[in-house]
Write a protein that binds this ligand. Structure first.
Ligand SMILES: NC(=O)c1ccc[n+]([C@@H]2O[C@H](COP(=O)([O-])OP(=O)(O)OC[C@H]3O[C@@H](n4cnc5c(N)ncnc54)[C@H](O)[C@@H]3O)[C@@H](O)[C@H]2O)c1
Length: 310
């Protein structure tokens, strides 16, 4: 198995699970966001390549004899994707093109593409895989392009794929570029929790173990072939509710405040998604999977991990 972005947040959980299942795993990652699988280095079934998906010559030999390629390498995070739009386009479009063409050339059995719920933009209704699509950011647009690469490579070269539209995955090892981890990290050091806008934006938070288990099922089950599948829980929670849950769980209500702030240049109003919730029927029907970890439990697991780590 080959995992690009395997040293990142979701990638590190995926790699860990694949190793637990006895797979041989190769990872390609620039480590620009740190190395979240450092403690696994030395594992007899794991080879880590500190490489860039933009460097075709360096990564080409790594695709030989791979069964499944999980393509997770990406520029992630609202600020990062806004600050470096050209890098984002390069990694998401050229990088994905490099990876998928090497997968096709080496006749891998399945190409798994990490897409995103961002492709939908806003919707008050649960988002269904068929759309409508209203990508608000360059990042969202590049995920749609990645999905189109998948379809095109299947049509032209018969490369079987599954595209996974992740909905706000969270859990241990996620860094504070993301709202849930940022709230916990700040609350624990007594810093107020910043909330953009009025805090009524909703998100469908999915515990990372559920995201990973669904990814593995999608990668091995025939029902997942040539499908685009939502990986969410079907439950929407507002950012205000999340802040409240974080403070209650940490027993810090009344001690740590929340503060409403305006959107700014780095986090602009234009690309904000106000309502997001997954329709999970397709994942349930095709993969027989329903996320098992609710937000309350998942949040506690994140906090336990964070405190142990600190
Ligand atoms: N976390 C979420 O909630 C979420 C939601 C939707 C989609 N996704 C997608 O899932 C995938 C994994 O996301 P994540 O949250 O683990 O992010 P992450 O930033 O933790 O992981 C991405 C990894 O890709 C690596 N990378 C970046 N550019 C690279 C390059 N040019 N070559 C090789 N490696 C490179 C980074 O070093 C990092 O380790 C991404 O494709 C992301 O777009 C994640």
């Amino acid at each position: 198995m080959l995992v690009t972005g395997g040293a990142g947040f979701i990638g590190s959980h995926l790699v860990e699970r694949l190793l637990e299942l006895g797979a041989n795993v190769s990872v390609i990652d620039t480590m620009l966001c740190g190395n979240k699988i450092e403690r696994l280095s030395g594992h007899k079934n794991l080879v880590i390549h500190e490489e860039d998906v933009l460097n075709v010559a360096a990564i080409a030999p790594l695709f030989k004899d791979q069964d499944v390629v999980f393509h997770l390498a990406a520029v992630v995070g609202v600020e990062e994707t806004q600050d470096e739009p050209v890098n984002l386009l390069n990694v998401e479009v050229v990088g994905t093109s490099n990876v998928i063409s090497l997968a096709a050339k080496n006749k891998v059995k399945r190409f798994i593409f990490a897409s995103s719920s961002e492709v939908y933009g806003d919707s008050l209704k649960p988002m269904v895989e068929e759309g409508p699509f209203n990508p608000k950011s360059t990042y969202a647009l590049t995920k749609l392009i990645g999905e189109h690469f998948c379809m095109a490579y299947y049509q032209k070269f018969g490369l079987e794929y599954t595209a996974l539209r992740f909905f706000n995955s969270y859990g241990p090892r996620q860094d504070d570029r993301f709202v849930l981890s940022r709230f916990v990290n700040r609350a624990l050091v007594g810093q107020e929790l910043y909330i953009y806008g009025d805090g009524n934006q909703t998100r469908d938070f999915t515990y990372v173990q559920d995201s990973v288990d669904m990814s593995l099922l999608a990668g091995i089950m025939d029902e997942g072939v040539n499908q685009v599948i939502n990986f969410g829980t079907g439950k929407a929670v507002s950012i205000n509710t999340l802040a409240d849950m974080v403070l209650s769980t940490l027993n810090l209500k009344g001690q740590v405040n929340t503060k409403y702030v305006n959107y700014d240049r780095r986090r602009s109003l234009e690309i904000e998604v106000f309502n997001r919730i997954a329709d999970t029927a397709k994942a349930e029907t095709l993969l027989g999977y329903k996320p098992v970890t609710g937000l309350k439990t998942g949040l506690q697991k994140y906090i336990d991990w964070y405190k142990k780590r600190a």
